[in-house]
Structure formats: structure tokens, C-alpha cells
Design a protein around this ligand. Structure first.
Ligand code: PEP
Ligand code: MG
Length: 899
């Protein structure tokens, strides 16, 4: 690999070279080139890391290239690495292209040894500082580079503090710290069989390799799997001249944001800690002061920092977060990057930046995400009130839930059945808790992280969840939990949990609907004084997204109320009107009659009784969606879902027989239920199969659709029905149903004297349908991808069975980054969608293509559907705004993750 450049000076790179230099390196280079006070240094590329990982060693030229850059660094600093009289010290820091906070290693103070520690003491005028720096090096190096258990060092330090009768590092003087160094050196000797390396260059090289190795640490691998960061990207390594924030009270270290990452407001935000190094801030050993206090501590450094912050913001055209150090009144910039922010701040900042002329509306749409918008749509707790906060756990699934604490699923179901609102409190949940989770307003657990069972299942259900609230002692047997302040919460006591922040309160915290939802509902005019900044930002951004998007957005709705709401939320039609709920309630008896019918006449009578009811359903929905397409799906679930439960019915029949009063009707029903029982109903007699096997069923539904459409037309409406056949796997199935549907449509048109010609199409939700889409398209005017079933059938697992049973383990093990039911599995299921779309269009160029599985409202999946050229996505009413935004972002080529 002769001629490859493995090392770049900070003056040689730019912020656009993240892949090569990592995020930290690229931004250090950018700041250097802006002339900002960055300590000099160089970056070893991610290419070098990849070479190291592939070949088990560094590229042969790396050593020389590092030497060259080190010499330049020494020249710039006027010092030599590890010089016994006046040592240059460096930090060796990891920095991958994608942010992986805390996943990889950093070693500070490289270059110190038994001699140069004296030089550092002389130069800095502080023995204490020198020995403290040396002990930090041995500690970090021992742990990171030499793989020694970090607790051994912590224990040794604690022992010295204890001997001195103190808990604070600051009470240790130079002699004590020398003692710490001696103990640390002994630990290193004992565990590695050699003395702590004294050669500064050897220290540096070993530290660089350790950073490379940390790419493949277990926690880093797991993190990448989950975050879908490519495993072969590698990390860059930054070697930076050390600057010291711990040289006295005229020194310090801090973090800053150019705007409030919580609200988006402009101002000075951050924290500062005098006489400290970065790790002290994170460790929270001492209290920081708010950044504005730096003005009175060190006005020169403060003014310079303010100037740099405004420069960075206009340069990056975004909120930046910054790490800095002040060494004896001299400001140094250690890091910057585009900063993380809350959902509300993201929207506000995006439109502020437009108003400041820094970005245009296209960019504003790219800067926010559908996930952020979804967060803004949950109801919120009103702040204030007098409820007592008990603890804060992990914000596992957003929302605001208030209810009485219950400690088992059985209680949750029982209490909910009698109309009580409950919060299910468990140490952790397992698949047996599913019914309780469904019954509860929210779920609170004391164990487990964001991929625990409770978290995964709650997110899947859209249920509020706070998990891992470790400070709570949950005693499910005694039906109570105890908060850290000793407060005991018994079964039946009201608690409030906030899934967006993880906070838990005793008592009822008032909840208010989201202003963003009120805006979507049309209750809040974005132009009026009642609307806040957030609503105005959301309105501007969504309006623009609507203008630029190519994908249409429809909704999945099967009631007039849902249809009307989705329309207010911006849906342009119904992509899936499931008809199964229309067969429940009182109508169940008619379905029973249909199933038990003895001969054609009885069956037809049952169908004739159902038909006007169906027609009324459609009339109302067509009215709510007047002028917009309504895709009605013919009946999909197996008919036995409308019959009584087998066990229940068996008991009823047995009891009746026992009493000597056998019930003829129930006996027939039981025989039918037994006859229709299926081991795997998902793969049984459902969808189009039902239409082919139960004479007249689909014809009845088609007639109801056609008659409703005629009636709406007669009343001056503009109904646009589309008829969709579910679960087709072979073109022959579709052909047969199509023929029947066309015959019925012609009859109704003839009878009514009105022309209605709904499009007739099919769902593509069986892998075979995707694979034979070319033939199917010959007989379908549209396809709608049913990615729920397509996912089940492609993976070979049934959602109801597996999601609660083992998905959290698959997520924990990193086998899934995210559940394939939440976000489309592009490589597998997506491949089938692509094949289906392409071969369908090849056979019928004007074939209309949509998707109506739940993925239609998932941000990442929307981008995929845009890419494969679908015409629309269809999703539940509440996801409609999310889909509108993401469709706009997809059209603008935004990355899904956003800022
Ligand atoms: C699907 O399978 O994606 C679909 C929309 O149908 P259902 O969820 O009703 O099975
Ligand atoms: Mg389906």
C-alpha cells in the first residue's frame, strides 16, 4: 500500500471527511482551519484502523508517518514527547464516523514517566499537578491498554484517601499522589509481569493500537449492531497536544451549546468546572457552575468563547455543542459537533435558522424527523402541580400515564375490567404479563433497559413505559414499592409516569393534550396568537414537506370517525378499510347463521341480512372521504374468529347436557367450531381463500360497496371506492374473484342506472404473490403491499406468538436492530416488495402501488417505499403527519436519522 496517507495533520482535513477522519478528527480539522485555538495534533485515519483489524497489525508505513507528524507537533509546541526536563504530553482519543458515545477508549497524559513527571512538576510549578497527571495516565493506560481491571486502581486510590481521612481527590497532596503512583505501578507490575512502560513513544503506539482494538470490544460491537453502524467502518485516532484544565483556579474545563438543546432558545448554555479535567465533569465529583458564571471568573476566556460559539453556529448552520478547556486563562477548543436536541427544539431551531437566513426550507425539512414529530404528538404532563416525584427511570416508551398502582397482570386486567385506570408495576415483565400490559395505562419496571421485555412490548403497543427505575424496591408479593426517600406506594395508590422523561410521581399529575395534535385537529390556527412557536414551526415544516413530497399519504381506517380524523391530519384517502370489525357486535349472530346455514337459501338469507348493514358502513365512510379514494378490503380473517371460543362453548354444552337440557343450537355451533378449528389460523382458511370457499360472501361485500357508491352519487357525492382482495398467492385466485366482482358491479350499475367502476386490486402479502407479481398484475389495477403479513410469512413467525415471547432477547443479542414489524426489513421483506413492484409495473405500467402494513407510518420504511417508487403509503391516523413529513424528507434526500 505504498503511497497511502495514513495520518493527517489537523490543518489538512475538513468537516466533510468524517468517514476518513472520524467525527472528532474532521471537526478538529475544521476548527483548526477556521483559525480557532485548537491544540495542535494529527489524526490517524479509519483506513489505518481497518488495515489493523484486517491484518492484525498496523500498516508498515504508519510508524514513520506518525513520527513525521509527531516531529511537526513537537516543533509547533516547542517541546519533545516525554522530555525529562519539559515534556510534551499528548492525549490519544478515539473518534469514529458515527457517534458512539463512551464505546471506545481515550488515554490522556501520554508521555509521562518516572523522569518526565519531575520535568512537568518543574515547568508547571506544581508537584501535585504532575503526580496527579501521572497517576491518571497509569490508571487509564493500565485499564485501557493493558486490560487491567479498573476497580483495582479505584480501590487503591480509595485506600489512600481513606488513610488520609478524606473522600475528595483534592485533599490529596503531592506526596499522597506519589504514594498512589507507587501503588498503581505495583498493580501494573503484578498484572502484566513488567514495569509500567517508560518509553513515551511506546506508550503512544500502544495507546493507538488499544484504540483500534476498542473498535471490536464487546460493548462497541453490540452498540453498532443495535444502531446499525457498519461493523467494518473502523475508528480514527486523534493524537492531540495536552492542555490542562487542572493547573489551578485560573484553569478549568467545560461544555457549551450554542442554543438551548431543550427548548431551542438562543442564549448561553453549558457548564464550567474550575481546576478540573474533562473526566471530572463527567464523573460529577464536584459541582459545575452555569456557563454564564465564567464571565466573572475569566472574562477574557468567556468573551473569546462567545465569539467562537457564534462563529461556529453560522459556520455549521446549526446548533453546535462544544468541549473546551481553559489553561491558565488561555482558551482551548477540544471538540465541537452538531449537537443533539429535544424534539421540540429540533423544530424550533430549524425554522429559526431559516428566519436567520442560514438554511432554506428544504434544509429545515431535512433537519427534523418523523420520530421527533411523533414525540410531540403525545399528551404531556403539565409541569408544576404538587405531586411528589419519586424517582426517574429510563424513558422507554413515550406518553403520559396516570393510574392506580397494581403489581400483577391479573390485577391489572381485573381492575381495568371494572373501569379503573391502572399502572402495572413489576420488577420486570415477561410474556405472561401481556394481558396486564394491554389493560394498563402504562408500565413501570425497576429492572431492565431500553430493550427489556417491558420496553420492547410497550413501544410496539404504543403504551407508555418507564423501565429500569432501579431506585424503586418493588415487592410484588406484598403489592407495594418503596421509593428512595422511604415513601411506600401500595396497591391502589395513584402514580403518574412519564415515558418521555422517565419521571415517576406519587399522585395524579395533570395531563394536557399536545398543542401539535390540537393543531392537526384544526383546533389551533397556526397563524393565530394562540399558537406557540412550536406549532408554527411544525406547520411551516409540514406545509413544505407536503409541497416537495412525491409519495401520497393515505390512512388505515374503518370507521367514519377515524376517516374524518385522518383527513384532518392530512390523509388523502383510505389505503386500507378493514371490514372485519363490521362483522362483530350484534352482527356476530348473522355470521353464525351464515356459517351454520343449511343449504343455499339459509346462507343467502344470512348474507341478505348482512348486506344493508355493510352498505350503511360504506356510505358513512365514503361520505367522510368524499372525493378521495377508499380502498375497501374484502373480509380477511378466518370465520371462526367470529364464533364463540371452543373451550367456552364446550363447557356450555357439557353443562347443559349434564343438566339434561341439551341445546340443539349450541351443539351445532360446537360441531362447526370444532370443524373450523385451525392450528395456525394465520396460514389457514382466510383472505381470498374464504372468498372462494364461502359462496356469496365476497359478492355480498362487493354489492354493498357498489350500492353505497351509487347512493352517494345520487346524493351528489363523489365516492371513489377501490376493491381489494386479501392474501392472494396465485393469479388464478384473483381471476376467479375478479370475475365475480365484475359481474356484481355490472348488476348493481344496471339496477341503479349509475356507473360506478371501482378499481379492483390485490394485497401483496404472501411471498408467492410478490414473486409472481407480473402475472398477478395482469388482473389487478393496483397492488397494496401488506407488509405485516409479508413480514410474518417471510420470516416464518407469527407476530402474536413471537413478539412478546423472545423479541427482546433478539434485540438484546443484537440479532435485530429493531423489530421487523416496526421497521421494514429491507434486505428480506423489502427485497420482495421491490420484486413485486418492479415486476408488477413491468406487466402493467399504470399499476397503482401502495403499502398498508404498519410500516407505512414508520419513518425509515417510508424512505424505502419512496425509493422503490410506490405511489402512496397508508398508515393509522396518528401516523399520517409522520408519514407526510418523512415522505417530504425522502424526496429531499434526507438521511433518516436527521440531526
Ligand atoms: C398486512 O398484512 O400488512 C395488512 C395490512 O393486513 P392485516 O394487518 O390486516 O393482516
Ligand atoms: Mg394482512
Amino acid at each position: 500500500m505504498a503511497g497511502v496517507t495514513w495520518v493527517y495533520d489537523f490543518s489538512e482535513g475538513s468537516k466533510d471527511q468524517k468517514d476518513l477522519l472520524g467525527g472528532k478528527g474532521a471537526n478538529l480539522a475544521e476548527m483548526t482551519n477556521l483559525g480557532l485555538p485548537v491544540p495542535p495534533g494529527f489524526t490517524i485515519t479509519t483506513d489505518a484502523c481497518r488495515h489493523y483489524l484486517e491484518h492484525g497489525g498496523t500498516p508498515p508505513e504508519l510508524g514513520d508517518q506518525v513520527s513525521e507528524h509527531l516531529t511537526a507537533l513537537e516543533k509547533a509546541m516547542g517541546k519533545t514527547l516525554g522530555d525529562p526536563a519539559d515534556p510534551l504530553l499528548v492525549s490519544v482519543r478515539s473518534g469514529a464516523a458515527a457517534s458512539m458515545p463512551g464505546m471506545m477508549e481515550t488515554v490522556l497524559n501520554v508521555g509521562l514517566n518516572d523522569d518526565s513527571v519531575q520535568g512537568l512538576a518543574g515547568q508547571s510549578g506544581s508537584e501535585r499537578f504532575a503526580w496527579d497527571s501521572y497517576r491518571r495516565l497509569i490508571q487509564m493506560f493500565g485499564k485501557t491498554v493493558q486490560g487491567i481491571d479498573g476497580e483495582l486502581f479505584d480501590d487503591a486510590l480509595d485506600a489512600v484517601k481513606e488513610e488520609q481521612g478524606t473522600e475528595s481527590d483534592l485533599d490529596l497532596d503531592a506526596d499522597h499522589l506519589r504514594d498512589v503512583v507507587d501503588r498503581f505501578r505495583a498493580i501494573v507490575r503484578e498484572h502484566t509481569g513488567r514495569d509500567f512502560p517508560q518509553d513515551p513513544r511506546e506508550q503512544m503506539d500502544l495507546a493507538i493500537n488499544a484504540v483500534f482494538d476498542s473498535w471490536n470490544s464487546e460493548r462497541a460491537i453490540l452498540y453498532r449492531r443495535r444502531e446499525r453502524i457498519p461493523g467494518d467502518a473502523g475508528t480514527a485516532v486523534n493524537v492531540v497536544a495536552m492542555v490542562f484544565g487542572n493547573l489551578g483556579m485560573d484553569s478549568g474545563t467545560g461544555v457549551a451549546f450554542t442554543r438551548d438543546p431543550g427548548s431551542g432558545e438562543q442564549g448561553v448554555y453549558g457548564d464550567y468546572l474550575q481546576n478540573a479535567q474533562g473526566e471530572d465533569v463527567v464523573a460529577g465529583i464536584r459541582n459545575t457552575v452555569p456557563l454564564p458564571d465564567l464571565e466573572s471568573i475569566d472574562k477574557g476566556a468567556y468573551d473569546e468563547l462567545m465569539g467562537i460559539m457564534s462563529r461556529l453556529e453560522s459556520h455549521y448552520r446549526d446548533l453546535c455543542d462544544i468541549e473546551f478547556t481553559v489553561e491558565r486563562n488561555k482558551l482551548w477548543m477540544l471538540q465541537t459537533r452538531v449537537g443533539k436536541r429535544t424534539a421540540g427544539a429540533a423544530f424550533r431551531i430549524a425554522t429559526q435558522l431559516v428566519d436567520e437566513g442560514l438554511i432554506d426550507m428544504d434544509e429545515a425539512v431535512r433537519r427534523v424527523t418523523g420520530d421527533q414529530l411523533a414525540q410531540l404528538m403525545f399528551p404531556r404532563f403539565v409541569s408544576g402541580g404538587d405531586a411528589q416525584q419519586l424517582t426517574q427511570g429510563m424513558n422507554a416508551s413515550p406518553g403520559a400515564a396516570v393510574g392506580k398502582a397494581v403489581f400483577s397482570s391479573e390485577e391489572a386486567v381485573r381492575w381495568a375490567d371494572r373501569g379503573e385506570k391502572v399502572v402495572l408495576v413489576r420488577r420486570e415483565t415477561n410474556p405472561d404479563d401481556l394481558s396486564g400490559m394491554i389493560a394498563a395505562e402504562g408500565v413501570l419496571t425497576s429492572r431492565g433497559g431500553k430493550t427489556s421485555h417491558a420496553a420492547v412490548v410497550a413501544r410496539g403497543m404504543g403504551k407508555t413505559c418507564v423501565c429500569g427505575a432501579e431506585e424503586l424496591q418493588v415487592d410484588t408479593k406484598a403489592k407495594r414499592f418503596t421509593a428512595p426517600d422511604g415513601t411506600v406506594v401500595e396497591e391502589g395508590d395513584v402514580v403518574s409516569i412519564d415515558g418521555s422523561t422517565g419521571k415517576v410521581w406519587l399522585g395524579e399529575v395533570p395531563v394536557e393534550p399536545s398543542s401539535v395534535v390540537r393543531y392537526f385537529e384544526g383546533e389551533l390556527d397556526p397563524e393565530s396568537g394562540d399558537a406557540d412557536d412550536l406549532v408554527r414551526s411544525v406547520h411551516r415544516i409540514l406545509t413544505h414537506a407536503d409541497q416537495v413530497r412525491r409519495l401520497d399519504v393515505r390512512t388505515n381506517a374503518d370507521t367514519p370517525a377515524d376517516s374524518a380524523r385522518a383527513r384532518r391530519f392530512g390523509a388523502r384517502g383510505i389505503g386500507l378499510c378493514r371490514t372485519e370489525h363490521m362483522f362483530l357486535g350484534d352482527r356476530r349472530q348473522l355470521v353464525e347463521k351464515l356459517i351454520l346455514a343449511d343449504g343455499d337459501d339459509e346462507r343467502q338469507a344470512a348474507l341478505d341480512a348482512l348486506e344493508p348493514l355493510q352498505k350503511q358502513d360504506f356510505l358513512e365512510i365514503f361520505e367522510a372521504m368524499d372525493g378521495l379514494p377508499v380502498t375497501v378490503r374484502l373480509l380477511d380473517p378466518p370465520l371462526h374468529e367470529f364464533l364463540p371460543d371452543l373451550t367456552e362453548l364446550s363447557v356450555r354444552v357439557a353443562v347443559a347436557e349434564e343438566r339434561g337440557e341439551p341445546d340443539e343450537g349450541n351443539l351445532r355451533l360446537l360441531a362447526a367450531v370444532r370443524g373450523m378449528h385451525e392450528s395456525n389460523p394465520m396460514l389457514g382458511l382466510r383472505g381470498v381463500r374464504l372468498g372462494l370457499v364461502v359462496p356469496g360472501l365476497f359478492a355480498m361485500q362487493v354489492r354493498a360497496i357498489a350500492e353505497a357508491a351509487c347512493e352517494r352519487k345520487r346524493a351528489g357525492g363523489d365516492p371513489r371506492p377501490e376493491i381489494m382482495i386479501p392474501l392472494v398467492g396465485a393469479v388464478q385466485e384473483l381471476e376467479a374473484i375478479r370475475e365475480e366482482a365484475e359481474r356484481v358491479l355490472a348488476e348493481v350499475c344496471e339496477e341503479c342506472g349509475i356507473d360506478v367502476r371501482p378499481l379492483i386490486g390485490t394485497m401483496i402479502e404472501v411471498p408467492r404473490a410478490a414473486l409472481t407479481a407480473g402475472e398477478i398484475a395482469e388482473h389487478a389495477e393496483f397492488f397494496s403491499f401488506g407488509t405485516n403479513d409479508l413480514t410474518q410469512m417471510t420470516w416464518g413467525f407469527s407476530r402474536d406468538d413471537v413478539e412478546a415471547a423472545f423479541f427482546h432477547q433478539y434485540l438484546d443479542k443484537g440479532i435485530f436492530g429493531i423489530s421487523p414489524f416496526e421497521s421494514l426489513d429491507r434486505d428480506g421483506v423489502g427485497r420482495l416488495v421491490r420484486i413485486g413492484a418492479e415486476s408488477g409495473r413491468a406487466a402493467r405500467p399504470d399499476l397503482k402501488l401502495g403499502v398498508c402494513g404498519e410500516h407505512g407510518g414508520d419513518p425509515d420504511s417510508v424512505h424505502f417505499f419512496h425509493e422503490v417508487g410506490l405511489d402512496y403509503v397508508s398508515c393509522s391516523p396518528f401516523r399520517v403527519p409522520v408519514a407526510r413529513l418523512e415522505a417530504g424528507r425522502a424526496a429531499l434526500g434526507a438521511e433518516r436519522a436527521g440531526s
